[in-house]
Each structure stands twice: as C-alpha cells, then as structure tokens.
Design a binder for this molecule. Sequence first.
Ligand code: PLP
Length: 455
Amino acid sequence: MKNNLLSRRTFVKTTSLGVTGSALSIGGLSSIYLAAPQEADKLAILGGSPVRHAGTNLEVSWPIFDDTDIKMYLDAFKSKKWSEYSYSPQELSFRFKKAFAEMMGVGFCAPTNSGTDALDAAQRALDIGPGDEVITQTNTFIATAQTTFNLFALPVFVDTDPETFMINADLIEERITENTRAILPVHIGGGAADMDKIMAIAKKHNLVVIEDTCQAQHGEWNHKKLGSIGDLGCFSFQAGKSLCAGEGGAVIGNNDDIMARVEAYTNNGRDPRGMKRTFPGSNFRITPFVATTLIGQMRRLEAQSKIRDENVAYLEKLLSEIKGVRPTKKYAGQTRRAYYEYQLIYEKEHFKNVPKIKFREAIAAEGIPLGNGIDSSLHKDPFIETYFNLRTFKKIFSKERLDKYRRENLCPVNEMIDKETGVSLGQRVFLGSKKDMEDIVTAIAKIQKNASKLL
Ligand SMILES: Cc1ncc(COP(=O)(O)O)c(C=O)c1O
C-alpha cells in the first residue's frame, strides 16, 4: 500500500463500493495524486517503486474453471464418444449449439473448430469466391482477411474511425465495386461496429453482412446480441476469449438455408436437415470435449460480464477526472459492450508529448499491462503480397487489378492510431477489484505528473 497514490482513507472509501462514493468526490484523482508523498513519486521506470508490486498481477488467472467443469470434461472423456457428427440431441456438440443459439437469440448455430474456420465456413456458405471483394477493416486479427484471401477473393480494407476504433462506416460506400459481395465488419476489442449504418448500406447495394464477433461475445446492438444482426455472425472460443475452450468457434444466423450450408460445410457436406451430402464440405467439427467445456463456461459468462461492466464503469468514472487517457467512444446503438481488449485513446499532449511507446514502457514498469490496442494495420502487412505472388492468384487477377488494389489500399487513420493513440487493457483486468481500477488511474496520474522526466 505504501506506494499507492490514493490515500488510505480514499482507498477504503472506494474499494468496497461500486461506482458511487468514489475518490473523485474529494477533488479528483489528479489532485489526490498531487498530494501524495514524495517517496511515492519516482517513476518505476526510473528506479522508483511501482504502483503495483511484482506478484500482484492485474490480470486474473485465466481461464477460470471449477470442479463441475472438470467433472463434465471427465464424463465426456469416459463416455468414449470422442467424436460427434450426427446432430443427435444426445451429443454434447448438439447441446452446445442449441444452448449457444438460444443465448444469442438466433435460430441456428454451427459450431466450428476455430473462429478462423467460422469465417471460412460463413464465406463459403455465401458462395464468396475467386474475383469477389469483401469489405472489411484493417484493425483486426489476420484471420478476418486471410479467410477471404484463401477463397481467392480480395479483402478490401476500410479505414478506422479515430474515436471508436471501429470500421469507419462512412467510408464503406466509396469502396463498393461491381465485385463487392459482402461487408465483414469486426466488433473489435468487444465494442460494436455501427451496425445500423452497415446494414443500411448492405441493403442499398444488395450485399450480405458477416459480423466478425470473435472478440465480442455477449455484446449487444439495440439489445440484440452482436453476431445476430447481419446475415451471419462468427465467433472464436480460443483461450483468450471471454467464452473459451482452448480452440473452437461458431457461426450463427437465422436463415435456414444459409445456415444449412454453413453447417454442411463444417460436416463434410452433410445437410443437417436429413444428412444428405448436398453441399460442398470440409471437417470443422468440434469435439465433445470442446462442447462440454463451452457448456461449462457459459454458466459464468453473464456473471463475469457484469463484473467487467462494473469495473469498466468505475474506471471510466475515474478516467473522466484526468486528461490524456480516455475510453474510445461508442455508437448510440451499442447497448452493451463485450470484452476482449478494452480500447482507450492516449493523448500525448497531456503528457508533455511523451510518445505512446514510452508511455507504455513507463506504465508497464508501474505494473500495469497496457496493450497497444488492436495493433494490426493489416492493409500494410506483407501477407498480402504473399497471396499476390501465388501462381493461382496471378491466374485469377490481372496485374492492373492488383496494382489498383495496392494504390487504393490506404488506411492513414489506423496507422496514426497504431503509432500515436491506441492503447488497451485485456478482459482479464476487468475481473479484478475496484482497487485494480484505481491502480491503473494512479499509475497514469503518476506518469502524467512526472512526464517531463521521460523526455
Ligand atoms: C477478430 C478476430 N477474428 C478472427 C479470429 C480467429 O479466431 P481463432 O483464433 O479462433 O481462429 C480472432 C481470434 O483472435 C479474432 O480476434
């Protein structure tokens, strides 16, 4: 506690409460910080004591499970039914897909063995293929675009909204061509893309919408679950996600025919409505072990989301008292956020122009694991040229078309966010205590006060 820059009295007042009764009532964090004793002042990166001492990790141990999860897993193991493909109600994967569809408020769910495969199956079911274009964003995990390239189609990267860090929906229409088939927005970090605008554009141009919801399980748009707004929604259950099973994924949707194609693709072409092989297919089936792990994890998703919601509300209240690090904005339709990487905006002018990279080093030394936001600028990634150099790509796309693609492939705002403003905190941070939130803001205020020493 010695170096916690919130006074002990303030700490006691704030930790046991929710967002009310906070430190802010006595003058704001900055002023609390300014009143802190000098010995707490020296930045950890310059040899001082950190706000968080080693061994007091801000990120809770993840994933979380209990004896019931272990029993469920062992039961699946002992059953000796180690693979499932018949869609019979006795199967664990069937139970999972019904439960997930219900949780998401949709008619159908097709489990897959990763989020990447969910995106693949979704695009294949919509018959996206050679020469097509899919409008997506640059600040996402590589799989979003890779799965389009894998179909010999082109992901067209749209720049990022500097305030929300979501795809800038106002820039979508100008990228639509006669080859565009789909819009693939990503609910990046757990926030929501502007689905009202995106759906209106899709309707106007007769395009399908696939929501990459891999980072946004349980978020909502106008009180409907993210992933259920577009034609299809794709999820990842990789270990870092807030609903996880190590590896795993799912596609959700409401259209019987489209979802039958998705499901068939995941199950070697078997139409779930009779098991005839009437569609193209591969094998993306999940194991019963993944299914039972997910059924177990779903028991705690809502409770965990509530804890994160409360901690984020408290953090945002504390942050409103200082300048220089602020939450990204949300669109009006976002009625609930989800959690993967909570994104914030760093404004160096409030830190004597200390560059983001230096700020992140300083706050890491204080024991706060502040990430770089969703730091990919995929439009600049060399993987694009890797595809373009394939013999098969050269066969499908003319040199002129690929040159045009290169010329138009610009996302300057996202590059600025990567370099200057984007920072983030992982979902595990928000399963901690109110004091954890205070430590984050204390560390920010400490660096702000001492910013000139970092130059
Ligand atoms: C936005 C996004 N899309 C797709 C994926 C791919 O999911 P998976 O790792 O389960 O294949 C991820 C995974 O991190 C992701 O974050």
